[in-house]
Design a protein around this ligand. Structure first.
Ligand SMILES: CC(C)(COP(=O)(O)OP(=O)(O)OC[C@H]1O[C@@H](n2cnc3c(N)ncnc32)[C@H](O)[C@@H]1OP(=O)(O)O)[C@@H](O)C(=O)NCCC(=O)NCCS
Length: 128
């Protein structure tokens, strides 16, 4: 799993208990999954279709640095299934895991469209 994105927990990211607000974290994860999918599928028109159970294992507090990791579970026809783990950058304590996030590739008509991809591609290879 690659951890591409880091976030610094600020006052506006906290819930009423003074710890990281779950909704904020899901917002970051959804954006991370969308960015990952757009880059892999080389199409800006993608949507989140499904997320499996979300397991909040630990919290984070103001000032913590967290990192968001994404991995590919499966390339489908129009879909790309991802998994996600968020951990504390310093301690590597797991904050959240999501086993399956299904992203769907869309055509100009907004309907599911086969993406033709079968494996992870890296920028360094694409630029050769
Ligand atoms: C995404 C959307 C176009 C898919 O439409 P659909 O009629 O379900 O399309 P399909 O039946 O062709 O399914 C497309 C793919 O999604 C997968 N899929 C559909 N429903 C699923 C579900 N509940 N769980 C997991 N995967 C699902 C299918 O298996 C298929 O994968 P494959 O092509 O790799 O085999 C449509 O449901 C939609 O627009 N949903 C709203 C998305 C949205 O607004 N998200 C929030 C904002 S990003």
């Amino acid at each position: 799993m690659r951890f591409h994105t880091r976030k610094w927990i600020k006052p506006e990211d906290l819930n009423a208990n003074g710890t990281l607000f779950g909704g904020r974290l899901l917002d970051w994860i959804d954006e991370e999954a969308a960015l990952y999918t757009i880059i892999q599928l080389e199409n800006q028109k993608v949507v989140t279709k499904y997320m499996s159970e979300i397991d909040f294992k630990a919290s984070a507090k103001q000032g913590d640095i967290i990192e968001i990791g994404i991995d590919v579970v499966k390339f489908g026809k129009a879909s790309l299934t991802l998994s996600c783990k968020v951990r504390n950058k310093m301690t590597h304590e797991t904050i959240i895991t999501i086993s399956n996030i299904v992203m769907v590739n869309l055509g100009p008509d907004g309907k599911a469209k086969p993406h033709g991809k079968t494996q992870i591609e890296y920028a360094v290879d694409r630029l050769k």
